[in-house]
Design a protein around this ligand. Structure first.
Ligand code: SAM
Length: 278
């Protein structure tokens, strides 16, 4: 018995199912159920919500999400060795946990859930940024999810919440902050994981805003931001010259000095430039 539920402690689960961590799958497990319950609480009030979890592994966070009251958890896991352990959790929470055996980059399980939907995961580092960008760029806004509560390497978490002028500021900050409120809610040392990764981690909480902070066409804004930060050391008039023949006057019309670099430009200014170029 492990405190948050009547299931065995995670060390026992890992030993009895032979779940030695695989580096190729980004497996750094959280075995402290108090910590996984804290991460689940950082997702907000889960009562009445469907939760998508990517990469449940042996199920520490899954148990946190269920014990914190999620209406239903849909978990997608690539490593089939974890399925028997997850089945035990499903049996302890009848009708509330469904597990899909597969690759989250290939299957889109969001269609199987009923809003309101929260996404919460201790993501495999090799696929975390790719999934975040997909969740941040759906065809229409607001998205089908209400909140994202995601574990990243600390450095990636800092890029998501970065302010203009900082080294971490770039495409991820702009994509995230244009249509979400984003903040770091928890920092974790390598020792919180088994096995410990090389770097520290942090949990980022993103809440979808009903509307973008400033109007802009998503595709144009993404193109402008990608071009600006692909050559972040260049002055914007050079970095963006491929976007329009008269880029200097477009930059000026958007209130941006053509000699500025991307990291000095605010979200509001990037949106104004996207409108100029749209
Ligand atoms: N959630 C567990 C925890 O907190 O202890 C495990 C986290 S571990 C960092 C990442 C998990 O994602 C592993 O269980 C791994 O097998 C799984 N995984 C890796 N790549 C995946 C993918 N493309 N789709 C689904 N799961 C994946």
């Amino acid at each position: 018995m492990s405190g948050i539920d009547d299931l065995p402690p995670l060390r026992e689960v890992i030993a009895s199912h032979g779940l030695s961590a695989k580096k190729s799958l980004g497996q750094n497990f959280l075995l402290d159920l108090n910590l996984t319950a804290r991460i689940a609480r950082a997702a907000g009030n889960l009562a009445g919500m469907d939760v998508l979890e990517v990469g449940p592994g042996p199920g520490g966070l899954t148990r946190g999400l269920l014990s914190e009251g999620a209406r239903r958890v849909l978990a997608i896991e690539k490593d089939s060795r974890c399925l028997p352990a997850l089945e035990e959790i499903a049996a302890a929470y009848p009708g509330r946990l469904e597990v899909i055996s597969g690759d989250a980059l290939e299957v889109d399980p969001l269609a199987h859930l009923t809003p309101p939907i929260a996404i919460c995961a201790n993501l495999p580092y090799n696929v975390g940024t790719e999934l975040l960008v997909r969740w941040l760029t759906p065809a229409s806004w607001p998205p089908v999810w209400t909140t994202l509560t995601l574990m990243f390497q600390r450095e990636v978490a800092e890029r998501i919440v970065a302010a203009p002028g900082s080294k971490a500021y770039g495409r991820l900050a702009l994509l995230a902050q244009w249509r979400c409120e984003a903040r770091i809610v928890l920092s974790l040392p390598p020792s919180a994981f088994t096995p410990p990764p090389k770097v520290s981690s942090a949990v980022v909480h993103l809440r979808a805003l009903p509307e973008p902070r400033f109007p802009a066409d998503a595709k144009v804004l993404e193109r402008v931001v990608a071009a600006a930060f692909n050559q972040r050391r260049k002055m914007l008039r050079a970095a963006l010259k491929g976007l329009a023949p008269d880029i200097e006057s477009r930059l000026l019309a958007a209130g941006i000095e053509p000699t500025e670099r991307a990291e000095q430009v605010s979200l509001e200014q990037f949106c104004a430039l996207a409108r100029e170029l749209g």
